[in-house]
Design a protein around this ligand. Structure first.
Ligand code: NAP
Length: 204
């Protein structure tokens, strides 16, 4: 097995995946010299009810379609196949076993990272990996740090790195609303993902 030095884990519900996610992952890969980025669609996010989100099967296929053209991107079924809630610590532990001497960078949205104190085994999690918190335009970068200040240790704060991603003006919530209302989603996400959504009648 090739000895990877740094891998990114792109965690999200991806309902659906869009160009904002892809730009964030590619930006992180470049900025942090990641050898590859593995997209990990959440199977059953702990903070959402099953009714709120699309079947993991569809979200995983859309993620596969979206990353196919980038040789540095892969997908993993690790969370989709694991029974029960998709806790990030369980994923990072599994990935750590597969890649023992590799730095792990967990990339996700800043809003999700703001809730990290409520995540399972957060102290161990922040020891095991770095967090890249992708922010949307207009989101003050200092905000993340100031909102976590005093709640987590300084050494843990250093593990969380904010990253501004202008393309995150695109959002999954907006895409779902557009489909529901019959407005266009073209150019917001890769064409094969758009075709999949329309052919399967998702988000109607
Ligand atoms: P969310 O609440 O749906 O998303 C929060 C915000 O972050 C949204 O604005 C979302 O935009 C954005 N976002 C989500 N993933 C992103 C990504 N990879 N890159 C850039 N922006 C992203 O959060 P979620 O997607 O369900 O959860 C995010 C990750 O945190 C998942 O991997 C989840 O498993 C993990 N998590 C773990 C725990 C735990 O272990 N206890 C608890 C909560 C979340 P879009 O809607 O446009 O994506």
């Amino acid at each position: 097995m090739k000895a990877w030095k740094r891998i990114g884990l792109m965690g999200g519900t991806f309902d659906p995946i869009h160009y904002g996610h892809l730009v964030a992952a590619e930006g992180a890969r470049h900025s942090f010299a990641l050898d590859k980025v593995i997209f990990v669609p959440a199977g059953r996010p702990p903070h959402k009810s099953a009714r709120q989100i699309t079947d993991p099967y569809h979200r995983f296929i859309m993620t596969e379609l979206a990353v196919a053209s980038n040789p540095y991107f892969e997908t993993s079924t690790i969370e989709v196949e694991r029974p029960g809630y998709s806790y990030t610590i369980d994923t990072v532990r599994q990935v750590r076993e597969l890649y023992p001497h590799t730095e792990i960078y967990f990339i996700t949205g800043a809003d999700a990272v703001l809730e990290i104190l409520s995540w399972k085994d957060v102290d161990e999690l922040l020891e095991m990996c770095w967090f890249i918190a992708a922010t949307r335009p207009g989101y003050p970068l200092g905000n993340l740090r100031s909102r976590l200040k005093g709640k987590i240790k300084e050494s843990q704060m250093e593990r969380i790195i904010p990253m501004e991603v202008p393309a995150l003006a695109i959002s999954s919530t907006d895409i779902r609303a557009r489909v529901r209302e019959g407005r266009p989603i073209k150019y917001l996400l890769p064409e094969p993902v758009e075709a999949y959504i329309l052919n399967r009648g998702l988000y109607k």
